[in-house]
Design a protein around this ligand. Structure first.
Ligand SMILES: NC(=O)c1ccc[n+]([C@@H]2O[C@H](COP(=O)([O-])OP(=O)(O)OC[C@H]3O[C@@H](n4cnc5c(N)ncnc54)[C@H](OP(=O)(O)O)[C@@H]3O)[C@@H](O)[C@H]2O)c1
Length: 333
């Protein structure tokens, strides 16, 4: 496989982590970065070691030395630039949430099909061995039929300059941390919820700061997600089945402190012994980008991340949760 040559749209904070993460890969070369400000692009490129710079996003999309584009723009700009990148013939790895509406997401995947290019939503945890092992355990019935699930992600953001606190740029805990928790529930459920209800606390800047939502699935599964910009860092899930229980984190890149674990109880009584399954960690941006590169070169079935249908269902669920926060009612997804 020849390395996939990536260009990055925007000198974003997360782009630094992405570029550093994929650095060791033989499958990926980050060859260019674009900023709305050429000087900013130059400075960013010097700092992160990227050879080519562009002073506009359009110029990067016109660059024939680029095969794929990484989109870490504010949430409200994802749809516009993903579609432009696909129409320019690039494959696209788009930061989560893929868009701010289901309608935009459908248009983005239509653009991918029209241009015969690969589009995927970035959730690095999906490429981690921890998540792949969790999916295997669920598939082989280690806990029986999943009955209830709780997934949460909380973190602290208070700088009003952060795009996450700006309603005009798709801010709010739901679209940010909540997209992670919702994607995790969607992955485990294997289908979209039928209906949701939710409640929220608000920031002074008028974005949702904390959200808790109930999700009811056609299979009978009842799930709950919680997300917040107002808590200490935490990100984990409890999945309870008819025959056992799984507990796991779903981190992008497990910390250096130690390898990630899944805790598994195979059995019904409270005396059931808890097994601890230790898994390899590693950089999630690297694992995700290599999975993306394999999917582009060898076939989309090699992509371990969110599928088109999962991404569509996740944003449809987030939209329904947002509607329920406003209406106070159950909302159909
Ligand atoms: N997967 C993850 O773990 C993860 C983690 C963090 C963030 N994200 C996602 O990545 C995206 C970016 O997050 P971030 O924290 O890296 O954002 P950020 O540092 O604020 O960067 C966003 C970039 O977008 C560009 N931009 C274009 N129009 C803009 C506008 N009107 N206002 C502000 N910036 C504008 C800017 O680049 P130029 O000025 O150079 O053009 C800016 O550097 C979001 O979608 C977020 O949800 C994902």
């Amino acid at each position: 496989m020849k390395p996939l040559r990536f260009g990055v749209l925007g000198a974003a904070k997360i782009a630094r982590s992405f570029i550093a993460g994929v650095g060791p890969s033989a499958l990926i070369d980050v060859v260019a970065v674009a900023s709305r400000d050429l000087e900013k692009a130059r400075q960013f490129a010097d700092e992160v070691g990227v050879p080519r710079v562009h002073g506009s996003y359009e110029a990067l999309l016109d660059d024939s030395a680029i095969d794929a584009v990484y989109v870490p723009l504010p949430n409200t700009l994802h749809a516009e630039w993903v579609i432009k990148a696909l129409d320019a013939g690039k494959h696209v790895l788009c930061e989560k949430p893929i868009a701010v509406s289901k309608a935009d997401t459908l248009a983005m995947f239509d653009a991918a099909r029209r241009n015969r290019r690969f589009l995927a939503e970035a959730y690095p945890y999906r490429a981690q061995e921890q998540t792949l092992a969790l999916r295997r355990l669920l598939d082989e019935g280690a806990i029986g039929r999943v009955q209830t699930m709780y997934a949460c992600f909380g973190v602290k953001f208070s700088d009003p300059a952060n795009i996450r606190l700006d309603p005009e740029r798709g801010g709010g805990a739901l679209l940010d941390a909540g997209s992670y928790a919702t994607s995790m529930v969607r992955m485990v459920a294997g289908e979209k919820p039928a209906r949701v209800n939710a409640t929220a606390r608000w920031s002074e800047t008028k974005v949702d700061l904390t959200v808790v939502a109930n999700l009811e699935f056609p299979s009978g599964l009842l799930a709950q997600i919680a997300c917040s910009f107002n808590t200490a860092y935490h990100r984990h899930a409890i999945i309870a089945g008819s025959e056992g229980v799984l507990e796991t984190t779903f981190l992008n890149s497990p910390p250096d402190a130690g390898p990630p674990h899944i805790h598994l109880r195979r059995g019904i009584p409270s005396s059931t012994v808890r097994e601890t399954i230790e898994l390899a960690g590693g950089n999630g941006f690297l694992a995700e980008a290599e999975s993306f590169a394999r999917a582009v070169a060898l076939g989309p079935e090699l992509w371990t991340g969110s599928t088109e249908q999962e991404s569509i269902d996740t944003i449809a669920t987030l939209e329904a949760i947002a509607r329920s926060i406003r209406s106070g009612n159950w909302e159909i997804v």
